[in-house]
Unconditional design. Structure first.
Length: 386
């Protein structure tokens, strides 16, 4: 998978930009706040339909300050699908529009000039973005690890994207009804249809997540050992936050039954809180190295190495699933790693595909002296080939 041409109009600090890319490593160097990350964000937006940095429902953050509209167009090449184009248009929310939160934007997506939905990008463009913030996947809050699963699976699976949208709709409605029942002491039987909806979509999400984590964990063992040059084993476990049941051996019907029962049993507590207490929105991952929970007992170095292993495992899994090499984007991540881990990362992903790297060091890591490496200087929203 490659991006062949990228065109930006009013995206962050790029008023207008067109850049053509090819196979190999593309090294974008420049001082901070010049637009290096903005470039990767634009590619990510076309691949996934969402920003890698803007807050949820805050797409207007991507539009250049003082402008009302923006557009990003990417021409991709896939070994499986051939050439295709993705275009995303953004328009700031009007003050009179009450249908979306403040800071939102109207988003229109076209694939090959045909209007489509963001969910149609699922399974289309395999891409891995590794940002400095990702080093907190392991040691940060559970939401970070849920986002890791949701974003990855959104890229991989249309089925997951559809289930996630269905789950959110039913969860929002159930939470709204819980608040109403709490305030007016209504009939809890009214919760049943929404509980069924949460359980049905939730079981699909759990089934896909559990298989994904089993696949990731099988890869991280060897990856962690290579990154640390040791025999230590890293294991990833799925941890439901609402049941003591072992979900790993459950099929989808079992998962539905377990989740529906948990929802029924949680109603008294949920009425007090006005929130649904059971479901995949409460779940987490446990990262173990030699049986030790890295989040609770690991050093900062162990946490960073584990996060790096997760991203490399993601890259390898996407390569296997899509039967082609994903686009890899590294946003100034190499500067955060020591020499051993930096070399291991580059070695793990040196597969002849397309890599986009940002750095503040023009001669970073000796990459500029290697074959098939293209260097650029990024200066205040302009890109100059070197």
């Amino acid at each position: 998978m490659e991006i062949r041409k990228l065109t930006l109009e009013n995206i962050r600090n790029y008023s207008e930009l067109t850049i053509e890319l090819s196979t190999g490593a593309h090294l974008f160097a420049g001082a901070n706040a010049q637009g290096k990350t903005n470039l990767l964000e634009a590619v990510y937006l076309c691949a996934t339909g969402r920003s890698a940095r803007a807050s949820f429902w805050q797409d207007a953050e991507v539009i250049t300050w003082g402008q009302d509209t923006a557009r990003v167009t990417a021409e991709f090449y896939s070994e499986r699908r051939g050439d295709f184009t993705v275009e995303i248009d953004l328009a700031r929310k009007q003050e009179t529009d009450k249908s979306m939160p403040a800071g939102g934007a109207v988003k229109k997506l076209k694939i090959n000039d045909v209007e489509r939905m963001p969910k149609d990008l699922s399974g289309l463009t395999p891409l891995v973005l590794f940002m400095v913030e990702d080093l907190e996947i392991v040691r940060g809050e559970p939401q970070n690890r849920r986002n890791f699963m949701d974003v990855d699976l959104g890229v991989m699976s249309k089925s997951y994207t559809a289930a996630a949208q269905q789950y959110k709709t039913n969860l929002d409605q159930r939470n709204r009804l819980l608040k109403e029942l709490r305030d007016r002491d209504g009939n809890t039987d009214d919760l049943w249809p929404w509980s069924q909806g949460v359980a049905t979509a939730g079981a699909r999400i759990l089934d896909i997540r559990l298989r994904f984590i089993r696949n990731i964990s099988a890869l991280t063992r060897d990856i962690y050992q290579r990154l640390t040059n040791s025999s230590q084993e890293m294991v990833v476990e799925y941890v439901p936050g609402w049941t003591e049941a072992d979900l790993n051996e459950c099929n989808r019907e079992d998962l539905h039954a377990i989740l529906l029962l948990a929802l029924e049993e949680s109603v008294p507590d949920e009425l007090r809180r006005g929130l649904t207490a059971a479901g995949p929105h409460r779940d987490d991952l446990r990262i173990l190295v030699e049986g030790k929970d890295v989040r609770r007992y690991g050093s900062q170095g162990e946490g960073r190495t584990a996060a790096l292993a997760l991203r490399i495992a993601e890259f390898q899994l996407l390569t296997k699933m899509f039967e082609e090499t994903p686009i890899l984007m590294l946003d100034d991540i190499l500067s955060e790693l020591d020499g051993t881990r930096r070399a291991a990362l580059l070695d793990a992903v040196a597969s002849g595909g397309q890599t986009l790297l940002t750095t503040t060091d023009t001669d970073a890591y000796g990459l500029g002296d290697k074959d098939n490496v293209f260097k650029y200087e990024v200066i205040n929203g302009s890109i100059i080939a070197r």
